[in-house]
Design a protein around this ligand. Structure first.
Ligand SMILES: NC(=O)C1=CN([C@@H]2O[C@H](COP(=O)(O)OP(=O)(O)OC[C@H]3O[C@@H](n4cnc5c(N)ncnc54)[C@H](OP(=O)(O)O)[C@@H]3O)[C@@H](O)[C@H]2O)C=CC1
Ligand SMILES: CCCCCC(=O)/C=C/[C@H]1[C@H](O)CC(=O)[C@@H]1CCCCCCC(=O)O
Length: 804
């Protein structure tokens, strides 16, 4: 770096064009070159002049004094001179004073000028600073440009060098290019010649190829023909060899057969002889057999006739001895017990009879006389429609019609005492009059459990309410039922939500006894299954009733009509046979296995020769299932891993899965299904008490959405809310890759098969009881809830099942 003094042009501290590279200018301002400085210098000079004048004068006066003393004599002469000089000095003093004043004026002028100059200087200084900044910026730009310039210069130099080198290289290349061009032209010429030759060759080649292909085709054809011939030859050779072998074998066999044939011919001849002898004997025997058979049949017919006559006579004797009287083809019994018409009607039904129906005047007279002229209730009433009198047709003795004639007393029927709905034969007049069927009210009061409030989560005692209701008198065709066993089933939890309103009697099936009957299909004392709910008594007509199998063995508990030989047993059977289509040798998994359905599922599968794995929630249930013959059982609540336990129980997986539980359990089973497995979705009990709706992908049948997570409830189109859906995992992948079939079902689908299916279940059960069946014949848990007329059980506390 170099510092330079500014030149005469004080303000132009601009860089000089040629010197600016790498140089920084410094503007050092010099005071004496400013106007104010000049003025100051002038003033100084004036002061110096004045001082010099004063010094000159003092020197002059010293000289004069000296001269005075030395030349006292000249004192007087020189006085004049001195006066002159003084005057001259005065004059020059005045002149100097004037000059000083002028100088002062000029000084002031100069001071002003200096101030103006100072202002201008300041302005210029600012401009200079701005210029300096611009200069600095330009310097930077310049430096950058310089750098770029340098770089470009270098690049240019390198390019120049390369250009020079290339120029050097280009020349020999140009030469060789020229040479090559020449050569290429020559080559092009020869290429063209060659191409022509190649085309000619190609044409020849194509011709040859065609000829070759034709030859190859012929060769292949020939090869095939040869191979076929070879194969035929080999086959023929083999066949020939086999035939040769067979021929030898056959020859041997023929020889052996010939020998046997000869032997057999001999034996046949001997047998033929004996056959003829035997045929003769047989014919003789047949003749005597036919004669004997005829004699036996005649004897049998005689025997049967005699037996019938004997039985008839015996029956008549019995009837007569027990108070029955015969008139024409009918029997009559006279009960002397005092009863109402209704009670008498019941009494007749119990005896397998009915109140008397009068078919003729003769019969009426017989009854009157034989009864000893008593009042006799007749089977004649208008209980069904007031004023329409009809003969009862209980059908107990096969009578299907009653006479159209009646022998009413004059003025009858008159309904004199309100409610006269039945008829009596008067002991006095031998005429019929009407009277009330009841002497006193025998109205039945039923006890019924109602749904006090809809269940929230697990049902509790306060959700139920026990109430009494008076039942109407059963009418013609109706029966009065008394509950014997009530059923508490899982479906009640979800179905109550949709089918019931608060205050309704709880839904449910029961085994009931018929205690009054005006319906011949359900005589008093028989048992039926009724869907009348949790009530002690009920009046209904037969249409709603299912008779308990008529030949129900005494040693099988009737409660099983609500279990293994009832709806749960049917569900088990249909789930296995109709849905799973289970086959011998297959492996089955069933959960809730100790329940009414599950226990029958496992046992039927064993009867069918399957391997059965069952899960239950207590060790007692596990032991019970082992007793029933299940192959593998475990307590799903205490195992460390459900997945591992399922795998250990059936390492090769499950062919069939009878699903009662749903929820997480089924997600664990799904991966362990075998290819083409079948899943019978019977129930999903683990979800019935859910209270909080969960987010899941389950969709409603209406929307058909499958994959969008929804918060909501699973519903059926018919019933609405049924259950609370759960979150995945989702089964589709397993179903697709294992090609599974998963089918939900309700037992009622096969209603048309119920009777025959109940008989099959009963047969399996009987085999177990009698010990005549296979070791795995059916046993069943049965209900312990019994209802009595006096009181109803607590449905929450007693809702359990025990086992036979
Ligand atoms: N589709 C149809 O037509 C029919 C379907 N069903 C269904 O079959 C299934 C079984 O009915 P059924 O045998 O009569 O019932 P049960 O009342 O005889 O047995 C039910 C058993 O399920 C188990 N269980 C109860 N709650 C749960 C739970 N949260 N998680 C897992 N297991 C539970 C219990 O056994 P454990 O102690 O072993 O856990 C309980 O004892 C039910 O889902 C029912 O809805 C029934 C009849 C007809
Ligand atoms: C999500 C709920 C699944 C319930 C499955 C279940 O347990 C079904 C049981 C039915 C079985 O198929 C036959 C029945 O009797 C059960 C239904 C009962 C319906 C209520 C009847 C009401 C009444 O008695 O009037």
């Amino acid at each position: 770096m170099q510092t330079m003094d500014i030149d005469k042009d004080t303000y132009a501290n601009k860089p000089r064009k040629k010197d600016y590279i790498g140089v920084t200018f410094s503007a050092n301002f010099q005071w004496w070159k400013r106007p104010s400085g000049v003025a100051a210098v002038c003033l100084g000079l004036l002061c110096v002049l004045l001082l010099a004048g004063i010094i000159g004068l003092s020197v002059y006066y010293n000289r004069i004094i000296g001269h005075y003393y030395s030349a006292e004599r000249f004192q007087t002469s020189s006085l004049n001179n001195l006066t002159k000089e003084r005057d001259q000095l005065k004059t020059s003093y005045n002149t100097l004073t004037k000059e000083r004043d002028e100088l002062q004026t000029r000084y002031n002028t100069l001071t002003k000028e200096r101030d103006q100059l100072q202002t201008r200087y300041n302005t210029l200084t600012k401009e200079s600073d701005q210029l300096q900044n611009r200069y600095n910026n330009l310097t930077k730009e310049r430096d950058q440009l310089q750098t770029r310039y340098n770089t470009l210069t270098k690049g240019r130099d390198q390019l120049q060098t390369r250009y020079n080198n290339l120029t050097k290289e280009r020349d020999p290349l140009q030469n060789s290019y020229n040479t090559l061009t020449k050569e290429r032209d020559q080559l092009q010429t020869s290429y063209n010649n060659q191409t022509k030759e190649r085309d000619q060759l190609q044409t020849r080649y194509n011709t040859l190829t065609k000829e070759k292909d034709q030859l190859r085709t012929s060769s292949n054809t020939l090869t095939k023909e040869r191979d076929q011939l070879q194969t035929s030859s080999n086959t023929l050779t083999k066949e020939r060899d086999q035939l040769q072998t067979s021929y030898h074998t056959l020859t041997k066999e023929k020889d052996q057969l010939q020998t046997s044939y000869n032997t057999l011919t001999k034996e046949r001849d001997q047998l033929q002889t004996s056959y003829h002898t035997l045929t003769k004997e047989k014919d003789q025997l047949q003749t005597s057999y036919n004669t004997l058979t005829k004699e036996r049949d005649q004897l049998q017919t005689g025997y049967n006739t005699l037996t019938k006559e004997r039985d008839h006579l015996k029956e008549e004797l019995n009837k007569q001895s027990s108070g029955w009287q015969k008139f024409e083809s009918s029997w009559y019994y006279l009960s002397t017990e005092k009863k109402s018409w209704t009670e008498s009607r019941q009494d007749c039904l119990k005896r397998g009879a009915h109140l008397v129906i009068i078919n003729s005047k003769k019969e009426q007279e017989f009854i009157h006389e034989w009864s000893g002229c008593l009042d006799i209730y007749l089977g004649f009433h208008d209980t069904n429609t007031e004023g329409v009198w009809e003969w009862i047709n209980d059908g107990a003795l096969g009578q299907s019609s009653a006479p159209g004639t009646t022998y009413w007393r004059d003025g009858e029927p008159n309904d004199a005492d309100q409610g006269e709905d039945c008829a009596q034969l008067s002991k006095k007049s031998l005429q019929i009059y009407c009277l009330r069927p009841e002497e006193q009210s025998t109205m039945v009061v039923s006890k019924a459990w109602t749904l006090h409030q809809h269940f929230q989560g697990f049902p509790k005692a306060s959700d139920f309410h026990l109430r009494e209701e008076t039942l109407p008198q059963p009418r013609d065709g109706q029966v009065l039922l008394e509950a014997v066993f009530l059923s508490v089933d899982p479906y009640m939890r979800p179905y109550s939500q949709t089918m019931m309103k608060e205050g309704d009697v709880m839904i449910g099936s029961q085994v009931a006894k018929v205690i009054q009957s005006y319906n011949p299909s359900f005589p008093v004392g028989c048992h039926v299954v009724s869907d009348c709910g949790w009530r002690s008594h009920w009046v209904c007509d037969g249409a709603e009733l299912t008779p308990v199998l008529p030949d129900w063995p005494q040693d099988i508990p009737l409660s099983l009509a609500l279990g293994a030989i009832g709806m749960p047993g049917l569900t088990a059977l249909y789930g296995l046979e109709e849905v799973c289509e289970i086959k011998k040798g297959e492996t089955l998994l069933v959960n809730a296995a100790a329940g009414a359905v599950g226990s029958v599922v496992g046992q039927i599968a064993k009867i069918k020769g399957c391997r059965v794995v069952g899960c239950a929630g207590t060790d007692t249930k596990v032991s019970y299932l082992k007793q029933l013959g299940f192959d593998q059982v475990f307590n799903y609540k205490t195992v460390t891993s459900l997945e591992e336990s399922l795998r250990e129980a059936a390492p090769h997986g499950y062919d069939c899965y009878f699903e009662n539980v749903g929820g997480k359990f089924s997600s664990v089973v799904m991966p362990q299904m075998r290819e083409y497995g079948r899943i019978a979705v019977c129930g999903s009990i683990s979800m019935y008490n859910d209270t909080t709706p969960q987010t899941g992908i389950l969709s409603t049948p209406q929307t058909g959405k499958l994959s969008t997570p929804q918060t909501g409830i699973l519903s059926t189109p018919q019933t609405g809310l049924l259950s609370t859906p759960q979150t995945g995992p989702y089964v589709h992948t397993y179903m697709i890759f294992k090609q599974l079939r998963m089918e939900g079902f309700l037992c009622a689908r096969w209603k048309h098969k119920h009777q025959q299916s109940l008989r099959r279940l009963m047969a399996w059960m009987t085999e177990h009881i009698t010990g005549t069946g296979p070791t795995t014949s059916l046993r069943g848990p049965h209900l312990v809830i019994t209802a009595t007329v006096s009181g109803m059980p607590d449905p929450v506390k007693t809702g359990t099942r025990t086992h036979t």
